[in-house]
Design a protein around this ligand. Structure first.
Ligand SMILES: [Zn+2]
Ligand SMILES: [Zn+2]
Length: 228
């Protein structure tokens, strides 16, 4: 599997150095996006990549707002409908946009979204966030990756999955304490997981993050590609 970090910023990130949440997972037969925050649509256009499906972790704006521009692009290019897997609520938002825009998507809502796209199999567990959210586990049959989305730690359903995965991609939204907002700090992420890849990081605290992690984690940046 190839992972492309298209957007690694948190909801509170400033500027264009880090776009909002979005990771493209490429198998041999399928391309799946995990979250689709603002800016991800532009990255896809620059890289001439067209995903088959997106799996949304939750309905905070920084995790899905890029999707609407992308749906317009698909309409113009006459690309087949995007499959959108999401916890309940996305179709309601889409309907509002559809009143004034000619866009469409194949939406499948489920409290715990699950699906198979080409050779990629994806399932979810409930995360521990301010609003209902899930974390995703994605596998190509050989390797397994966990993507936390937004969650505080410790979060039991997420922790139960960790022993079975080859890589943990985890949010790290602040340096020290952001439980109150349902998030995990850099310090908590590096003490809870072995060699995680940290994402959902505000661009304005990047240098402090680097000085805290000191080889105990990889700090994802927009453009990072990992083969797992
Ligand atoms: Zn977020
Ligand atoms: Zn959130």
């Amino acid at each position: 599997m190839r992972l492309r970090f298209l957007g690694t910023g948190s909801g509170s990130t400033i500027g264009s150095r880090r776009f909002k949440a979005g990771i493209l997972v490429e198998g041999d037969e399928g391309k799946v996006l995990l979250d689709f925050g603002s800016g991800i649509n532009m990255r896809l256009e620059d890289m001439q990549l067209v995903p088959d499906a997106v799996f949304i972790t939750h309905l905070h704006i920084d995790h899905f707002s890029g999707i609407f521009d992308h749906l317009v692009r698909r309409q113009i290019d006459r690309v087949p409908e995007l499959k959108v897997f999401s916890p309940p609520g996305f179709s309601e938002v889409l309907k509002v946009y559809q009143r004034t825009n000619n866009i469409s998507a194949e939406v499948r809502e489920n409290p715990l979204p699950t699906g198979r796209i080409g050779d990629l199999e994806i399932y979810s567990v409930e995360a521990c966030h301010k609003i209902y959210a899930v974390s995703y586990i994605i596998t190509d049959g050989k390797r397994r990756v966990l993507y936390s989305g937004d969650t505080l730690q410790p979060c039991e359903p997420v922790l139960r999955e960790v022993s079975g995965v080859d890589l943990v991609i985890h949010e790290a939204s602040c340096l020290e304490n952001c439980r109150e907002w349902g998030h995990t700090s850099v310090k908590e992420a590096i003490t809870t997981f072995r060699n995680p890849v940290l994402t959902h990081v505000p661009a304005q605290i990047e240098s402090e993050v680097e000085s805290i992690i000191r080889g105990k984690a990889t700090l994802a940046k927009d453009g990072l590609t990992l083969n797992v």
